[in-house]
Design a protein around this ligand. Structure first.
Ligand code: SAM
Length: 239
């Protein structure tokens, strides 16, 4: 997979080359290109924003500069992802869909965002998604890109040491994952649940499933309501 990011703060994207993502780059599983939007400006101030039509506070990113940048950065077959709080929610399902793409290009907005015609124009040539990472407002799209890229890249074959861990994560079966424990058996008077030390795999599996159901019911009840028909068995209903 290749990830390209267009931003006015290229340094902000350095973490794309660190830790798990960096290892994926080193192993040839991921290519990363970070592009400074200001390279497509032509004025002495390298301005990328202008006052909004219709008035109001803040500035809007100029379409001519974004248009030229995306024309050059987006190869045929790329999917453009534009982070925005007004976008569709980014989910684990979308992470899986993006992990199947060959090239993702991210356009990082700042100020009040990017002139909407940039998105409309790009959509005439390539698939474009406006995506939100949550119901809050960040200062810019860079942090959102790091979140999305990390969720996507860990799903690429060969990136995680043990692929089963991604299969068992929260959301993979529509539920939150339950709690995890490691040694020691007792820490600050708190003991690891007996069942996890029983060696009985069926009981451990049942306990984990019950914990996932209980945690989901308590913290995210709407997820239970969204489970596909037939995903709960008789034992689940007893929880
Ligand atoms: N005026 C915009 C609105 O209310 O929808 C907010 C613009 S925000 C200050 C500037 C940039 O931060 C956005 O263009 C987007 O790139 C990014 N951003 C902010 N919150 C985000 C979120 N929840 N998800 C994804 N990107 C976000």
């Amino acid at each position: 997979m290749r990830i390209d990011v267009v931003t006015i703060f290229p340094d902000y994207l350095e973490p794309l080359r660190a830790a798990l993502l960096g290892r994926a780059v080193d192993r040839g599983l991921l290519e990363v290109g970070v592009h400074d939007l200001r390279d497509w400006t032509h004025d002495v101030h390298r301005a990328v924003d202008d006052a909004p039509y219709g008035g109001g506070p803040g500035m809007v990113m100029k379409p001519q500069i974004w248009g030229a940048a995306l024309d050059e950065v987006c190869p045929a077959g790329a999917r453009l992802v534009v982070p925005t709080p007004a976008g569709r929610p980014f989910t684990q399902e979308l992470a899986h869909a993006y992990a199947a793409e060959e090239n993702l290009v991210f356009a990082c907005g700042r100020y009040e965002g990017i002139d909407q015609r940039v998105i409309e124009d790009a959509a005439r040539r390539m698939p474009v998604d406006e995506v939100s990472i949550g119901d809050y407002v960040l200062v810019g799209g860079e942090a959102a890109v790091l979140v999305i890229a990390e969720a996507v890249v860990r799903l690429l074959p060969g990136v995680l040491g043990n692929p089963v861990s991604a299969e068992q994560d929260s959301f993979s079966d529509g539920l939150l994952e339950g709690p995890s424990y490691t040694r020691p058996e007792v820490w600050r008077d708190l003991a690891v649940p007996d069942v996890l030390r029983s060696g009985n795999h069926a009981l451990v599996e049942r306990w984990r499933r019950d914990q996932a159901l209980e945690r989901t019911a308590r913290r995210r009840p709407e997820l239970l309501g969204a489970l596909p028909e037939g995903s709960l068995d008789a034992a689940d209903h007893a929880v």
